[in-house]
Design a protein. Structure first.
Length: 248
């Protein structure tokens, strides 16, 4: 996850994510609608919806947008979404997991396959990559939210398993089924987080640089641009200086 976090923070600092905010909101809205459709429309009784709303708030999504997405769950166009996970390898042997939420399986498969094929990647069978990752809860705060020791103590007290702090962020990891509990306790202490979500955390990272790194970032960007793609995870390790260059 470290590579993903660095990449996201660099893009945000350079204004790249602001330009994509409407696409981010669209994906968040889709997750909220599906969560509300599959369970109760009240987040107090629907853990998935509660997490989806937390993730939306972390991206500064307006409350009106969140409310509309929940109300849409009762409409005729709320059904039909299918959750699919694609797994494969990118340049440099990097493992990639792509989570899709789509109402058209053929369209989604075609777009994901094209993003891999055009950027030196190869799709694999389900399970060919995910065994190298752990499904965990993830909470992120800016470094300014607290000093490293304070955040560590608070996170452990809340039930987290690990905290990785840097000059820019505090990354808190916990068991997947404890994410709502951990994020809620941290929110009470530090306010709303910058990110709250379930992720695929790499067990080990693959170091890459140069042309493979550049091609991998193009592939990840191509996948992120697909409307059906909700999340992309990869076990790469690219130096911060190189990520700065690629984001430039």
């Amino acid at each position: 996850m470290a590579g993903h976090s660095k990449w996201a923070n660099i893009q945000h600092r350079k204004g790249r994510q602001d330009a994509r905010r409407s696409k981010i909101f669209s994906k968040l809205s889709k997750e909220i609608t599906v969560a509300a459709k599959l369970g109760a429309p009240d987040p107090a009784f629907n853990p998935r919806l509660r997490l989806a709303i937390q993730a939306a708030k972390a991206q500064s999504m307006p409350k009106d947008n969140i409310d509309r997405a929940i109300k849409k769950a009762t409409g005729a166009d709320a059904g039909g979404y299918e959750e699919i996970r694609y797994e494969g390898f990118g340049p440099g042997g990097v493992g990639v997991i792509v989570e899709v939420l789509t109402d058209n399986r053929n369209r989604a498969a075609s777009e994901v396959r094209a993003a891999f094929a055009k950027n030196g990647g190869n799709l694999g069978e389900t399970g060919s990559v995910s065994f190298m990752f752990d499904r965990v809860g993830y909470v992120e705060y800016p470094a300014a939210a607290a000093d490293e020791e304070t955040m560590l103590e608070a996170a452990i007290e809340a039930g987290a398993d690990d905290v990785q702090s840097s000059g820019e962020t505090h990354e808190i990891y916990c068991a997947a089924d404890r994410l709502a509990e951990v994020s809620g306790a941290l929110e009470d202490k530090f306010g709303e987080a910058a990110a709250v979500k379930l992720i695929w955390k790499p067990q080990t990272l693959v170091e890459i640089s140069g042309q493979p790194a550049e091609t991998l970032m193009k592939m990840i960007s191509a996948l992120d641009d697909c409307d059906d793609v909700q999340n992309v995870y990869a076990n790469y390790d690219i130096a911060t200086e190189e990520l700065e260059r690629l984001a430039g």
